[in-house]
Ligand binder design. Structure first.
Ligand code: ACM
Length: 761
């Protein structure tokens, strides 16, 4: 009995250790709790020992006021008998760069920073440790923390071109970055849909380029527009103010000036720098990729160098980002000038022309004492000699860069794109697509397993990207970025072996309390129930598994067949017929429910195999995803984990119905989302077999039929009266579109084929 009681006590104390007292995100390297509390009173002040720590303390002071209404003073000399929070720098501290030591005793707090940023990071930990703020009885549990980052580059990006966010919000965004120990803000300032940075030598960039005469309504695939003039830009004065604000919070700002693609707003302002003579351009209203790009003429390089000289003058960062992604080559192909230039320079294709373009720009950037960063496309045609790669189309770009001894920053879209959906689409505002829940972000490991220890040193860190095509308002930026950026902060800062999602989730609940105090519109999708459908061993139904945050109960109910009662979920339950289920997490604030339908047909839950596996980026729950009863097409948008994605290859599925059966209609779910490089199939072919070896073709439809019929394949030629065939095995061959044609997003790349539920009637 005593032992059990003791165990109970240990559990309680462990729990309170991780939960209520020490909810720091990102988790520190080492934290040793001690007895007692430091109690704030009206004599408490921040005492700065040196100029650097004075700057850090002064910036942090605003957050103490904002978050807790704690009007704490910053002093450079002792104030009487007041309670001190001493902040100082000590370069001899034996910990890695940006590290700090934080010691809380009942009488005093000391934060010692190793070098730039250290004190600031320590103050952010302190801010997160303040307890019981509801009663103004502010206290901090005694402890000793030794802490430092795992990666030197910890970035968050914000696209201010697709939508424009004002100076106040940019400052607030920088505050969020500082609070979670990021050190870099990647500021996307120019794109097809808007030029947002004042350039004194080229005023038309903002007179014309900062404004568009309409906006997309709904999703890209709907191609609907309004006619509302939209725009805005940052003056150089405002940019200086933001840089200063960021600098005071130890955040470096890397500006991105896009070239040679994503430049329509610049061409609308200065059409001479495109490849088509005597033409005009309009600032982009549609999202996506445009064929118009900068033309690699001498005058274009002078124009771009003049722009970059002002950018370099403004931004103190060692890096300048020049974009380089998604460059359509069609204008270069059709330009006599470009073809002549390629001959003259001995460039074998337009990829090498792109490489020539980037290398010229790099030479200029380097001549000004700066380094160049580009998206991973700049690897194509040969990497510029000193460039750093930002790997976004997966990790391959970063891997290639590191293997060639180039630095890389990882931003693979399937982990680091915070414009993707994060929760159940039925509960989420419209987003670009994808599905990147917080668990996925948290699971990210920036060092790819393929790299050797030496190569891994070239991975500087990672970054979360917030593209804003579908994010028009600042509250929506918060919703998409937070809390996923907290998960990534732990990936980047905390020690790999200490990562524990459920412990993170516990600490996150306390961060939510902090964020609520400043009206941050964070997402609570971490509370969403997740469901997984499992095959029944007996081949006669499905099991439904529900998961949610640990320590909370899940309640569920059948909406169809209707059953008023709620059940508490304990273990996977079996269903044998079409059902609609509603489930929610039992939490006082955030128990937002989800509803899902499981539709039964003859293929549901049956054995299925694939000739080619799907891409590991979109592998759902394996081949079974195609017969699990969840019809992904019924989602308002695509839900990454319910589709199987095939990059450039066909999907060939074989379903074993278990016994010979009569078949008349086969339905295949596929997706069209050209913006995301997802194309409808070229053809779908059906085969039947008795033995699973010898298949007989029974019907084939081509892309015209696919467009017309959408997704049903009738046996026979009469669409009203399908014929029947008998067989046990059904093979469905779904042909990938192939290479994306020019004029489309991702032109020249392999098209994705997205397939979901296959039903057999
Ligand atoms: C990108 O997302 N086009 C870099």
């Amino acid at each position: 009995m005593k032992k059990i009681f003791l165990l109970f006590l240990i559990i309680i104390s462990l729990k309170s250790f991780s939960q209520s007292d020490f909810s720091i995100i990102p988790a520190p390297v080492s934290l040793t709790p001690a007895e007692g509390y430091f109690q704030f009173d009206n004599t408490t002040y921040l005492l700065a020992n040196d100029f650097e720590s004075f700057k850090d303390a002064s910036s942090a002071r605003y957050l103490f006021i904002q978050y807790y209404q704690l009007p704490i003073k910053v002093a450079t000399k002792k104030i009487g008998e007041g309670k001190q929070i001493l902040v100082k720098y000590d370069s001899t501290l034996n910990i890695p760069d940006e590290g700090y030591e934080l010691i809380v005793t009942e009488n005093a707090i000391t934060i010692t920073g190793k070098n730039k940023g250290g004190v600031s990071h320590g103050l952010m930990s302190l801010l997160q440790l303040i307890e019981n703020p509801t009663t103004r009885n502010y206290k901090i549990p005694c402890c000793k923390i030794i802490d430092y980052p795992r990666f030197s580059y910890r970035g968050m990006h914000l696209d201010c071109a697709r939508h424009f966010f004002d100076v106040d919000f940019i400052k607030k965004y920088i505050d969020y970055l500082a609070l979670y120990k990021y050190n870099t803000f990647h500021w996307h300032l120019t794109d097809d849909q808007g030029w947002r940075i004042e350039i004194k030598q080229y005023p038309k960039l903002t007179e014309i380029g900062a404004w568009r005469n309409g906006n997309m309504i709904g999703h890209y695939r709907e191609q609907q527009f309004d006619t509302i003039r939209y725009g805005g830009y940052y003056t150089q004065k405002e940019i200086k103010e933001i840089i200063k604000y960021a600098e005071a919070r130890n955040i470096t700002i890397i500006p991105e000036i896009e070239m040679p693609g994503h430049c329509l707003a610049a061409l609308a302002s200065y059409p001479d720098y495109g490849c088509v003579a005597d033409t005009t351009y309009e600032v982009g209203k549609a999202w996506g990729v445009y064929p118009d790009v900068f033309c690699p003429k001498e005058e274009t390089f002078i124009f771009l160098e003049n722009i970059l000289s002002e950018v370099i003058e403004l931004f103190p960062s060692e890096y300048i980002h020049i974009g380089g992604d998604e460059v359509e080559k069609i204008r270069w192909k059709n330009s006599a000038f470009c073809q002549q230039l390629m001959k003259g320079k001995n460039l074998k294709d337009e990829n090498e022309l792109q490489s020539y373009f980037i290398q010229r720009i790099e030479k200029y950037v380097n001549s000004k004492g700066k380094k160049l960063i580009g998206w991973d496309e700049i690897l194509e045609g040969g990497i510029a000699p000193n460039a750093t790669i930002m790997s976004w189309r997966g990790e391959e770009g970063g891997i290639k860069a590191a293997q060639q001894n180039h630095f890389a920053i990882m931003t693979p879209s399937n982990y680091c794109y915070f414009d993707h959906y994060q929760g159940s689409p039925q509960n989420e505002p419209l987003a670009i697509g994808g599905y990147t829940p917080i668990e996925k972000v948290y699971s990210y490991e920036p060092i790819p397993a393929q790299l050797s220890v030496e190569e891994a040193k070239y991975i500087l860190g990672a970054q979360g990207n917030v593209w804003t095509e579908y994010i028009a308002e600042t509250y929506q930026v918060e919703y998409m970025a937070i809390p996923r950026m907290l998960a990534l902060s732990e990936v980047l800062w905390s020690q790999k072996e200490k990562k524990d999602f459920y412990d993170f989730a516990d600490r996150l609940l306390l961060q939510f309390e902090l964020l609520r105090r400043i009206d941050c519109n964070f997402s609570t999708s971490i509370f969403d129930i997740k469901y997984k459908i499992l095959p029944a061993k007996e081949d006669d139904g499905l099991y439904v598994e529900l998961t949610g945050l640990k320590n909370f109960q899940i309640a569920y109910q059948f909406l169809y067949p209707k059953d008023e009662s709620f059940k508490i979920y304990t273990t996977p339950f079996k269903i044998n017929s079409t059902s609609i289920i509603y489930a929610h997490l039992d939490h006082e604030y955030y128990g937002q429910g989800i509803e899902f339908k499981l539709k039964f047909n003859r293929a549901t839950g049956k054995k299925i195999s694939l000739t080619n596996p799907s891409s590991n980026k979109y592998s759902g729950d394996g081949p079974f995803t195609l017969v699990n009863g969840v019809d992904a097409i019924t989602w308002r948008t695509w839900r990454g984990n319910e589709w199987l994605g095939f990059e450039g290859i066909n999907c060939e599925a074989i379903i074993d119905l278990g016994k010979e059966d009569t078949i008349s209609i086969i339905t295949v779910g596929y997706l069209e989302d050209k913006m995301s490089w997802i194309w409808i199939p070229n053809s779908i072919e059906i085969f039947i077999s008795d033995d699973g070896k010898n298949f007989t073709p029974v019907n084939k439809i081509n892309s015209e039929d696919i467009k017309r019929n959408y997704r049903n394949i009738m046996i026979g030629t009469d669409q009203e009266n399908p014929e029947t065939v008998n067989g046990r095995f059904v093979k469905i061959k779904i042909e990938n579109y192939g290479i994306i044609p020019s004029g489309n997003p991702g032109a020249g790349n392999k098209a994705w084929l997205f397939v979901d539920e296959i039903s057999i009637e």
